[in-house]
Structure formats: C-alpha cells, structure tokens
Ligand binder design. Sequence first.
Ligand code: SAM
Length: 393
Amino acid sequence: MEKKMYKTVSIYLKENEKSNLLELIDKFNSNFKKEDIYLSYMDEERIDICLREINFSKFEEICFELSKYNPVFTTIYEKVSNIKSYGIKNNKRNYVDYNQERKVKNREKKEKKRGQYYYAYDHNFKKENNSLPLEFENKIICGDSLEVLKQLPDNCIDLVMTSPPYNFGLEYDNQYDANYWEDYFNKLFAIFDEVIRVLKWGGRVVVNIQPLYSDYIPTHHIISNFFMNRKMIWKGEIIWEKNNYNCKYTAWGSWKSPSSPYLKYTWEFLEIFSKGDLKHKGDKNKIDITAEEFKEWVVAKWSIAPEKDMKKYGHPAMFPEKLVERVLKLFSYQDDVILDPFNGVGTTTAVAKKLNRRYIGIDISEEYCKKAEERLKGIITNKELFKNIKTGS
Ligand SMILES: C[S@@+](CC[C@H](N)C(=O)[O-])C[C@H]1O[C@@H](n2cnc3c(N)ncnc32)[C@H](O)[C@@H]1O
C-alpha cells in the first residue's frame, strides 16, 4: 500500500525518547495490520505515524503498555486521540476515506442554483446603521419592551441575546405566564418586530427557547418561522445541553406503551438570525474569543449546567452566565451594543459589562430591574478602574 493513502502524523523526538526506540516500534507494529496503522522510523529526530483505521481501545492499551519503556508512546497516544475527524466503521476509527461519499463537487455553483436562504430575499432592511443615543447606553430600563423599544432609532443594536417568557405558568414577579398561545405569540412577535427594526444591518438576534412539550407547541419552530417570514437569515441553531436527567418517566397511561410515549428533553435551543447579511463587520482588535474557545464553541452543542442561583436572585427562569459569555464572544465584538428585551435579573447585561460590551436591558418588573442594577454595581470594568485611579476615587 502506498504511503499517501495513510494519514501521516510526524513526531519529533526528544532526547529521552530516543533510546530502545527501534525495538519498541517493532513491538508496536507487530500488534496491528500494516494496512491499518504503523510507525515509521524516519531518522534520529523523527518518527511518522501512518494511520488508516484502528480499534481505538486496543491502540490505547498498546500505547499505555509501551509508554512504560519510552514516553514517546504517550505522545503518540495523545496525537492520535486529538484527531477529531474520523468515521466509525466496524467499531474502528477510520481516518482516511470516511467522508468520501459526502464530498460534493462544484459546491458553490450548486449553492447558487439552489438559492441560499431564498426566504430572506426582497427585504426592506436599511443598510445605514445609527449610534445608540447616549441616554440608553449601559442602562437598565423598567417597562414593557414594546413601548421602550419604540423610543430607539432604527439600526442601532449589534446583538440581541434574550430568552422570552416561556408561557409555562411560571411565577414571575408581576406578569401572568399562562396565556392563550395565540395571544402570547402576538405580543411576543410585536416585540420581536421592534427588535428587528432596532437591529443593525448585519446584526444578530439570539433567542433562547424551551418549547412547552406538554402543550405540543413547538415554540422554537414557530419563533423561527416568524423571523424567516420577516426575511431574517437563519444563521443556525445551538443545542444547549443542560444534562438535567431528573425528569420523571411518564404520565399515567403512557408507561412502556406505544399508545402515547412522552418524549423527554434535557436541552433547550438557541436560534440565531442575521439581519441583511450573515457577516457582522467589526474591528479585528476588538475580538476577544481565543482559538481554543472558537474551536470548541463552533461545535453547536454546548454542555452547560443550568443556573444554580435562581433562588438567590429571586427569578424563576434565568439562563447561566456561561451561556451568555459564549454567545457574546462568538457573535459580537468588544464595544458592540447588546440588547436584552427580556432582561430579567440582568444576566445578559452583567456579562456584557464584564466582557466590555455596551448594553441595554429592559424588563417589565421593577424588582428584577433593581436586581439587574445591583448586579452591575458589583462589576468593575478595566475602563472604570482606570478612571477611578485617575480621579483618585
Ligand atoms: C425567561 S425570563 C428572562 C430571564 C433572564 N434571561 C435572566 O437570566 O435573568 C423572561 C423575562 O421577561 C420579562 N417580561 C415579560 N414580558 C415582558 C415585556 N412585555 N417587556 C419586558 N419584559 C417582559 C419577565 O419579567 C421575565 O423576567
């Protein structure tokens, strides 16, 4: 078999990895078929792992055994286990031709012909963006978002991160949360129309949604359809895996019966929409996501524990700061303006402040707004610190 048919990974040897190497390479190779994997001694400085497919547990076992005699086998194990693109066939990891049948020729031409996001053509969005008036910058505003948002100019917000009331019947401070579904959506969509209007060209809306499965209302689809009907581009969807496996198994009559099994969900959704353009332009110097974070977070399933401090904040439906942190770093630049029209006790605004974004948070409850303000007071940004040092306060 020719070498080019393998995936090749080179290892540059450290001094302490050079002794008794040839003998151990032979030992390693004798455990595998050459067409699956072999180690090739290139010179005193380097060995190559030639890799096609492996039974990973056997590979792990052999590396562990040989690492007792030479630490290079730990490196070999780490290098191979860090390769995340492979297919599984006959219980083996396949590193070479696992995605051959998925390769599409002339991809761009075909995309054009299909009409990427055809549903979002012919919109009337303005391209000129406006600044957020200073009286709204870094403010928590108590009021009905429908009324408050009307005071903002068009195209002045970079990113909206929010979770609307779910209509689950939760005990919010001053607002009824079990409305007739159609009324609920009518009110929500009137607010979202304002959200779209105030969003900049290229701005994003990220909506965290948990459908009420017991009412068989697929809220995430209904909300997504609304945004698409309004010509917003569906940028994608993130599964927020909460790992809360404490749900009870069934209601009476559906246990272990095909009559009406009740499906369980341990996750919520983040639906993401762009206005006018998938690209959100910004200053490269204002990017704060690290390479590691980027690699991990573009994989659209995020495992994050639910907020633990809801009792402390006195709010029944908060999202955790970690969720907001990922959204803000992945979809916005520092100094961008972040809006949450259902800001609750201010998770979005607190994280925005921590991450040096500007913010505006709106909630209908005075009590929640007070808590959101208190939360902000506890966060001192570098800018504020610098100002305090300069003024001696
Ligand atoms: C799911 S909670 C958001 C919680 C928030 N993400 C947090 O972490 O604190 C929804 C919030 O929407 C607020 N709300 C409901 N109707 C509203 C309206 N018309 N205008 C502004 N806020 C509203 C509720 O008071 C509630 O705090």
